[in-house]
Design a protein around this ligand. Structure first.
Ligand code: ZN
Length: 171
């Protein structure tokens, strides 16, 4: 297993639209294991393949307190949405920022699991929010896109400045 590098906003690669996975094979399962390792180490509750520069429709999530409830979604598709919930969201690709985002409270999702079996599941609460956030990544969308242009540009400028300072320290 290996920890992967997480892309950070405003990296243009975060804007790529991921393509469907054709085959759930051992290579994909190795990527899934690496994504869990990366997500748990960060630490985060969800990670989309897009965030580690792999542009295939795959995401992992675990919203449990004990990190013992891993979920894998390959080619996830939201079939139904219901209700409204507002959650303070953060993102491993937008480190240090938390903002309120409005999403559906319940979702019904069709996806393949890590064995490649077709599944359908209903999710609510934090896991539903997390899956919607991660599917957005697969479509090249970030949670900051739901904020005002002014707020998004403020976050972008601060992150760019921090990265320049880090680069200066390393150099
Ligand atoms: Zn995110």
């Amino acid at each position: 297993m290996a920890k992967l590098t997480i892309l950070e906003f405003p990296d243009p690669r975060l804007r790529k639209k991921a393509v469907p996975v054709d085959n759930v094979d051992d290579e994909l399962r190795a990527l899934i294991d690496d994504m869990f390792e990366t997500m748990y180490a960060a630490p985060g509750i969800g990670l989309a393949a897009t965030q580690v520069d792999v542009h295939r429709r795959l995401l992992v999530a675990d919203v449990s307190a004990d990190k013992d409830d891993p979920h894998v979604f390959v080619n996830p598709e939201i079939l139904e949405k219901d209700g409204v919930t507002v959650t303070e969201e953060g993102c491993l690709s937008v480190p240090g920022y938390f903002e309120e985002v409005k999403r559906a409270e319940h979702i019904r999702v069709r996806y393949l699991d890590r064995a490649g079996h077709e599944c359908e599941g209903e999710f609510e609460g934090l896991l539903a929010v997390c899956v919607q956030h991660e599917i957005d990544h697969l479509d090249g969308r970030l949670f900051v896109d739901y904020l005002s242009e002014a707020k998004r540009s403020r976050i972008r400028k601060k992150l760019e400045k921090e990265r320049r300072q880090q680069a200066a320290v390393v150099a």
